[in-house]
Design a protein around this ligand. Structure first.
Ligand code: UTP
Length: 227
């Protein structure tokens, strides 16, 4: 059975979203299962994480504590997706590698949030992909791929259709990593996908059916691969 990991930005799965928006991601995930894939899902912290982190930072909290609040937020968001997936999902987001392995053995959809400070949920998604031997990681984000510059600020920014791990590393190298502000991908995530040659698709979650389109082989978003 082919295996994939889907990382959903916390911008899509959070309590401010209408329940129907979260349901449409749950539907897309169920369709992935009906296509014959075994899937693991990692949910980000989104605005919940950012609001806790900015409040804690202003109160003098350390980076590690800010990251921890992001982790807790991502787990709460994971519970929202689990609620929508119902019986198809393992009922709790694993909080360690051992719990993730136990959950994966259930053959239900494992839905996780964060694990430890110093990384983003993309690193969790990369590690989960290694644990379940997934060949592909789909990073469902709020932009439709990797651009040469921020497309929201530079309208002429170019969308890359394909990048090697080293080209992607070069693009990410200038960006700072701190609680609540990890970019499209973080250093840990990149190291893990490149050591295990996991293919990464970066796509937009609008609409959620983009997840199905990419699995059907449609040329959307950016593909990051060994060469
Ligand atoms: P993310 O930044 O991964 O959430 O996690 P996100 O919502 O998916 O981000 P976008 O929308 O794609 O940009 C939220 C925060 O939780 C902490 C980090 O501070 C991160 O910014 N975190 C998450 C960790 O410290 N460790 C983890 O394993 C995961």
């Amino acid at each position: 059975m082919p295996r994939i990991v889907i990382k959903l930005s916390g911008s899509y799965i959070n309590p401010v979203q209408p329940p129907s928006a979260i349901e449409s991601f749950a539907r897309a995930i169920k369709e992935v299962l009906s296509m014959g894939f075994q899937a693991g899902v990692v949910v980000g912290g989104g605005p919940t994480a950012r609001s806790y982190i900015s409040s804690a930072r202003a109160l003098g909290a350390s980076q590690a504590l800010c990251d921890h609040l992001g982790i807790l937020s991502s787990r709460m968001n994971a519970f929202l997706l689990i609620s929508s997936l119902g019986e198809a999902a393992y009922p709790v987001p694993p909080t360690s590698i051992e719990e993730a392995l136990r959950a994966a053995a259930s053959e239900k959809v494992v839905v996780m949030g964060g694990l430890q400070p110093g990384q983003s949920t993309n690193a969790v998604a990369a590690v989960l992909a290694e644990l379940i031997s997934a060949e592909t990681l789909i990073n469902v984000t709020t932009v439709d791929g990797v651009y040469s510059e921020d497309p929201k600020k530079v309208p002429t920014a170019k969308l890359y259709k394909k990048l090697s791990y080293s080209q992607f590393a070069e693009i990410l190298s200038t960006r700072r990593e701190e609680a609540g502000k990890y970019d499209l991908f973080d250093t840990v995530a990149l190291n893990v996908v490149s050591r295990s040659k996991i293919l990464v698709h970066i796509i937009s979650g609008e609409p959620p059916e983009n997840i199905i389109r990419v699995l059907r082989g449609e040329d959307i978003g950016t593909l990051i691969s060994p060469t």
